[in-house]
Design a protein around this ligand. Sequence first.
Ligand SMILES: [Zn+2]
Length: 140
Amino acid sequence: MKFCVSCGTENDDNATFCIKCGYNFDGKSETSTKEITANETSRTLELVLGIIGAIFGLLGGVFAIMLSSFGGTEIFALGISALLASIVGIVGSVYVKNNAKTGGIILIISAIWLLISISAYGILGFILLGIAGLIALIRK
Ligand SMILES: [Zn+2]
C-alpha cells in the first residue's frame, strides 16, 4: 500500500493514479489535469452570462427591427447591428472556454457594440456581456 500525497487515500503499490483524486504518482501531469478541470468548471459562469446577455441583445435587436417599421431604415440598421453584436457575444462566450483572454475581449467588444447599436434596449445585454467579459479577463 502507498498513500496519495495529494489526498491521503490508500492506493495499490503499483497504481499509476490515485483512485480517489486522480493524482499521478509519477508527479508530472497532476497539475495540468487539475488546471484543465478548474478551467472547465470556472468558465461556465462566463459562458452562461455571455449567452444570456447575447439573448437579451438579440431580443433588443429584433425589437429595434420591429420598431423600424414606424421609425425608418436607420433603426432597422441599428437592429441588424445589434443582432450582429449579439452573435459576436455568443462567439465570445464559447471562445472563453478555450481562450479566456481573447474570449473576454470579444465579449467586451460585443457588449460595447450592442450598447452603441441600440443603447437603452441593449442595456441588459450590455451589462451581462460586459460582466462575462470582465470575469473572463480577471479570473485566472
Ligand atoms: Zn489522491
